[in-house]
Design a protein around this ligand. Structure first.
Ligand SMILES: Cc1cc2nc3c(=O)[nH]c(=O)nc-3n(C[C@H](O)[C@H](O)[C@H](O)COP(=O)(O)O)c2cc1C
Length: 307
């Protein structure tokens, strides 16, 4: 049965909108790490849909780092009653292959793309952004960069980038300086006391919006062994259970800083997405739900079209 849209909802999420210097094709995106590099979409079929990209504003690609990474030992995913805990360890093909193969192929296929980047030193965000600008500055479908700040900062003794407002500002400023005409987002961790300090730092340093939230610190225990399921013990918790946490973080950011927010966390249905828009999010990302159903975001985009 079609969703009865609330009277206040007037936006067509499949219509273009401005985000910083860029016009993005829509407000429903897929979240980083949950739809690979966005190249497999045409392998999937669902009745009534030409592809999972239908109506999407962006595919946020799996985070890439300056060098390829093999990721953490298996197992990397623990399913729980209301979500999943992952410890992938940022397995990725590396920035060179991303620039040489992945991004040009996404452009060829017309997939709207936001590139997710991580680095181990703030200055590397600038180097990577500059190369993207050189390689893809003429691309029609590459719309921006999402700076993933959940990596350890090697230069600062291994602390997470994303927990320190000054470092967040440094990373964002480095990328902004090289991205004059693309949207720049900073993806924030919820695993801190005050997310508004981080969002304020990112916006003041030149981010056009923050993406909130990344995964919540979690742990699952295997009772047969009495040990944590994941070899690294902790992982990132995602899925339906984190929706209220993400809504609370988005609300804090909007209310206290007025900064633009892309809402992410626990969205599986159009109703979930509407809750973020009600709080003032300018766009939303669908993560874990996209792994279960590659058409989840496309379905949400279709359901939220008024009229
Ligand atoms: C398997 C998996 C891999 C992920 N990889 C990344 C990643 O590479 N970069 C990133 O910024 N977020 C990554 N995330 C976090 C998601 O983008 C999203 O912020 C989080 O899962 C909350 O949204 P959800 O509840 O809709 O999944 C990953 C999440 C999952 C479940």
């Amino acid at each position: 049965m079609a969703l009865q849209l609330p009277a206040w909802w007037k936006i067509d999420p499949t219509a273009p909108f401005e985000l910083g210097p860029r016009r993005l094709p829509g407000r429903i995106w897929t979240a980083s790490g949950c739809f690979a590099y966005g190249l497999t979409g045409h392998d999937f079929a669902a009745p009534g849909f030409a592809s999972p990209y239908e109506g999407l504003g962006a595919v946020v690609t799996k985070t890439v780092t300056p060098a390829p990474r093999a990721g953490n030992p298996m197992p990397r995913l623990a399913e729980t009653a209301c979500g999943a805990i992952n410890s992938i360890g940022l397995e990725n093909v590396g920035f060179d292959r991303f620039c040489d193969e992945v991004l040009p192929e996404l452009e060829r296929r017309g997939v709207p793309t936001v590139a997710s980047l991580a680095a181990t030193r703030p200055a590397e965000f600038g180097t990577m952004a500059a190369r993207l600008h050189r390689v893809a500055g003429g691309f029609a479908h590459w719309h921006g960069v999402e700076v993933n700040l959940s990596c350890p900062n090697v230069a600062e003794g291994g602390h997470d980038f994303g927990r320190d407002p000054a470092t967040v500002a440094e990373c964002v400023a480095a990328a902004r300086a090289e991205l004059p005409d693309r949207a720049l987002l900073a993806k924030l961790t919820p695993n801190i006391t005050d997310i508004t300090e981080l969002s304020g730092a990112a916006i003041n340093a030149g981010a056009d919006a923050v993406s909130a939230i990344n995964t919540v610190l979690g742990l699952e225990v295997d009772l047969t062994t009495g040990q944590p399921v994941l070899p690294r013990r902790f992982g990132g918790y995602s899925g339906p259970a984190v929706l209220p946490i993400a809504l609370a973080k988005v609300d804090e950011i909007v209310q206290k800083t007025g900064g633009k927010v892309v809402g992410v966390g626990g969205i599986a249905t159009a109703t979930d997405a509407l809750k973020f828009f009600a709080l003032g999010a300018v766009a939303v990302q669908v993560g874990t739900a996209q792994m279960r159903d590659p058409f989840a975001a496309a379905r949400i985009a279709r359901e939220l079209r008024p009229g």
